[in-house]
Design a protein around this ligand. Structure first.
Ligand SMILES: [Zn+2]
Length: 374
């Protein structure tokens, strides 16, 4: 899901909207404006209902966002690295670069979202009571009441014990804690998730059959989405386990081709990019690795200047995060690449460059393993 619009940053986390979000936003605002509010607040103009519907839909998504932020904030505090939350057609997803390493961490992260929704339901309930007691703005009372209900619905739905819902994560964490086996725990929670999504799909078809077409179709879609998510989260775990068993030392490319920092871009393009077909090379200065040069760096400089521009002027300086040791595993390398958004990691041993590993290397290795059945 690369498409979308970046909105703003909160607590260091980028909030984005996927394009599919607009569909669900429109549907929610529309069904509130022509169904829910005319029933609970009769006698207003169509324009008022539209405005109330849009306001409530925005507040609903603010609640969903607070739920997701609560998960992400907790994850970041517990040492996992979440940089982005994306709102899309079925709610929100936090972009995890890493899975929790122990059940207690997973439990805390899973519970944080529903806890925030319970708090929101409480706040909106108190607001509803306040506004109602003093016979103030009936429109505000109706919106607050709706938000109270919807937050309770969010808690109930999310606490259904099927992976990848929060309740499923809780189930997995508890099972994992009890048995020490994350593998089995994930399989149980995914099976529960699949079972629940089947029920949802079945129930959706029954709704359609009895005439509730939009509501039923919606349930079928959510059910299908959950089923797919339950399946892929289990296979993701299998891939993760497989990658953890591969030592970087066995997967990396040795005999790394190194460029010196006082070469010109013209030489590097001619001899290295064209000569070796790699998209990035480590750069050395006096035998020490100081950076990386990639095709993207070269692209920022106009062709006419290649003969006079030196590698040292355009390279990316290396930071310690981009270096791993041959003893680390392929999963470490992959999650490092994802969180730094880079394509390659340098492998050093006793301060010396011994290899380089790219996303492609890891993909190829996985492919071979699957092909050979090992
Ligand atoms: Zn959640």
């Amino acid at each position: 899901m690369g498409r979308g619009i970046k909105l703003f940053k909160i607590l260091g986390i980028q909030i984005s909207l996927d394009y599919t979000w607009f569909i669900v936003f429109g549907l929610v605002a529309w069904s509130l404006a022509q169904g829910y509010f005319p029933l609970t607040l009769p006698g207003l103009s169509i324009m008022s209902y539209v405005l109330i519907g849009i306001t409530s839909a925005i507040l609903l998504f603010a609640c969903v966002l607070i739920h997701e932020l609560s998960h992400s904030y907790t994850s970041n505090k517990l040492g996992l690295d979440i940089k982005e939350i994306k709102l899309f057609i079925f709610g929100g997803v936090a972009q995890l670069t890493k899975e929790p390493d122990d059940p207690t961490t997973e439990l805390k992260i899973a519970v944080a979202g529903p806890a925030a929704s319970i708090a929101l339901a409480g706040i909106f309930w108190i607001l509803t009571q306040l506004v109602k007691t003093f016979y103030l703005y009936p429109i505000a009372a109706a919106i607050f009441e709706y938000l109270t209900t919807i937050n309770i619905v969010l808690v109930i739905f999310n606490m259904i014990p099927g992976f990848p819902l929060d309740g499923g994560r809780v189930l997995r964490a508890l099972w994992w804690k009890k048995t020490g086996d994350i593998h089995k725990a994930t399989r149980v929670a995914s099976l529960a998730g699949k079972g629940f999504s089947m029920l949802l799909i079945l129930f959706g078809f029954m709704q359609i059959f009895f005439g509730n077409f939009v509501g039923g179709l919606w349930m079928v879609f959510i059910g299908m989405f959950l089923q797919q998510a339950a399946e892929s989260s289990y296979s993701q775990l299998l891939v993760k386990k497989a990658l953890e068993q591969i030592k970087i030392g066995d997967a990396m490319t040795r005999n790394v081709v190194v460029v010196t920092e006082d070469s010109t871009l013209a030489t590097v393009v001619e001899k290295y990019f064209f000569g070796y077909h790699f998209v990035g090379f480590p750069v050395a200065s006096d035998g020490r690795i100081v950076g990386m040069i990639t095709l993207n760096n070269v692209r920022t400089i106009p062709k006419e200047l290649w003969a006079t521009t030196l590698v040292r002027d355009v390279l990316n300086r290396i930071t310690p995060d981009i270096i791993l040791s041959p003893e680390d595993n392929a999963m470490d390398a992959l999650s490092r690449m994802i969180s730094l958004d880079v394509g390659r990691i340098l492998i050093m041993e006793n301060g010396k460059l011994v290899g380089i590993i790219t996303r492609r290397d890891i993909m190829k290795l996985m492919e071979f393993k699957v092909d050979l059945g090992v």
